[in-house]
Design a protein around this ligand. Structure first.
Ligand SMILES: [Zn+2]
Length: 152
């Protein structure tokens, strides 16, 4: 591994997450990341980001993994001047998660903005992307298209 790559990787791993407790390295799938959310055991409901109390029954929620994979329900490409030093253009999507009955709103991989299609399989990724509210470069979660599942 060359020195520049090592320095880049070291810097990336030192970056703070854009928000704490919204993703974590996957315990089941090394090298992958899982989305972290909340679960209400009283009414079997999930939230992302986790809300401390269930929005339906107000019971306490607990922190749970929401898994790694999902399907694009809908998406849009944003071409106006982006906030938080995001790339221009960037894409956001509603993702139906595979492991839990929840639709989440999240960024798509900026490198794949032109390739997004409704119904595509996606997997969570995490990387240096933009800045946080304090203006610091940070790690952000985004969904990547699983290219081997695409119709060609
Ligand atoms: Zn509840």
């Amino acid at each position: 591994m060359n020195t520049l790559l090592q320095e880049t990787m070291t810097k990336e791993t030192e970056l703070p997450p854009v928000v704490n407790n919204i993703f974590a390295p996957s315990a089941e799938n090394p090298g992958q990341f899982e989305l972290i959310g909340g679960r209400c055991d009283a009414c079997d409901d999930y939230s992302f980001p986790r809300s401390e109390h269930c929005c339906h029954c107000h019971a306490d929620t607990r922190k749970v993994s929401l898994g790694t994979d999902g399907t694009i329900y809908s998406f849009t490409v944003v071409r106006t001047k982006p906030p938080l030093e995001l790339p221009q253009p960037y894409a956001v999507a509603y993702i139906d998660l595979e492991d839990v009955p929840l639709r989440v709103f999240c960024l798509l991989d900026p490198a794949q903005t032109g390739d997004a299609i409704i119904g595509a399989s996606v997997r969570l990724s995490v990387g240096p992307l933009g800045v946080n509210n304090a203006g610091q470069h940070c790690l952000r979660p985004f969904f990547q298209l699983l290219l081997n599942n695409r119709d060609t």
